[in-house]
Write a protein that binds this ligand. Sequence first.
Ligand code: HEC
Ligand code: HEC
Length: 448
Amino acid sequence: MPSASRYALAAGLACATLSWASPADEARPVFTPAEIRKILSHGPWPAKAQPDPTNRVSGKRAAIDFGEHLFFDPRLSGSGQIACARCHVPEHNWTDQLRRGSGMAEVDRNTPTLMNLRAQRWFGWDGGADSLWSQNLRPILDRRELAATPRHVAELVRNDPQLSCWYRSSFGAAPSPTDDDAVLVDVGKALAAFVETLTSGYTPFDRFRDALARGEALPPGTYSEPAQRGLKIFIGKGGCESCHSGPNFTGGGFFGTGLSKATPRGRPDPGRHAVIQNMLESRYNLLGAYNDDKTGAAAEHTRRAALEKTAPGEFKVPTLRNLVLTGPYGRDGSADTLADVVRHYSGIDPVRLHARDGRPAQPLNLTQREQTDLVVFLESLSTFANGWRPDAHGRCQLQGGSRKAEGGSKGLPRAARINFRLSPFDLWVYSRGCGGCFSLPLTLRSSR
Ligand code: HEC
Ligand code: HEC
């Protein structure tokens, strides 16, 4: 076919598609300069991050390896059966697809992903920990999770030749023979060094955002029109980005949205309101002896927490990255799909929630079409490219004080050897961007 008529045919097809699919309200949105500034504020991705000054092994290779071993090691638990990876499963984007996590017993809340925690200020849905390493101690000691004691963890690290070798290569000295708490805290710090490295990948939204930043037009079909319309709602009348702000789609604040309604043991979950005092009294907080930042600067937010104004039922604003892999949603896991979450927001006034000014609320009342667009946009914040690979650093051998790794992946706990595979069906669903019509999450399979 001569090229001119081929173009004519292509143009004809395009017009036919457009006239079929684009009544005025469905057209590709045009973004104003103010909207473009908002869109640019959600990147670039991945965001730059510095080592955590409160953790002296943050960013250290040996500690990252040690932390990864600990993460998959069930011997850390009191019963010897439950590892962190029981609930934070790598194939499920470091969560478990359950409404509520379950270790020795079921816990009250949904297991959050461990991606993109680096540079957050508060940890847990309630922000009950002021550092990533002190957060890691909560599940170790919680009777429903790993149900261990400082003594149990310290003895394990002291007596296991591999773990004590990893400890020495990370911290430069043998684990203290008498101070259980110091060894426990260092285990939390090695786990934090590992967890910090988990970052979600570059998404269709990021590609769109970066093209806008460069002032380039994307080839048609690269970022779907429903996704762009959903984005416009997200930064506009939806008021979403007043809480879900910045490259990680969370400003780190605490709010009540009414999304989660579960009442564990018959009482409403009080959230942030109930944990501040405990956090301030904890010997593991940043005001205590285990903070490695001796300047005190990194403890500023802990000092200010006593003045925080909170109301019962407020929770940390979660990241919105990689949501297609982390359902069910909400602090209590009661929303099965993103469509359920968006339906909830459509019935409330997210803008007033954020403003907290007591002015009358006006429910968003999104149309069915707008709700679908918002879901498609939320899906476009996900990617299946998982940067994490099971480590291959093998066994630890100390030689003249420095570590030598040997033996490929042989020394790894079995749970860590995973190949990511996605079925053609999953890819098809995702590439269609058919928001709201499928019950996600999709299935990632491991080779176990
Ligand atoms: C029984 C399931 C379960 C196990 C086992 C478990 N976690 Fe969690 N994890 C959760 C739940 C549920 C939360 C939310 C806690 C809350 O808000 O009260 C959470 C929260 C977290 C957070 C905070 C995430 C955020 O967004 O602030 C980190 C970090 C974390 N866990 C790390 C770990 C580590 C490290 C281990 C192993 C020592 C571990 N978890 C074991 C279920 C689990
Ligand atoms: C006032 C602050 C605020 C506003 C505005 C807001 N959110 Fe949220 N969002 C939260 C909080 C807090 C949670 C956790 C709520 C819970 O489980 O109780 C949350 C949870 C979510 C979740 C579930 C994530 C997960 O991993 O479980 C999604 C999806 C979401 N919001 C999307 C949106 C969208 C879309 C909008 C705009 C229509 C929006 N949010 C507006 C604060 C806010």
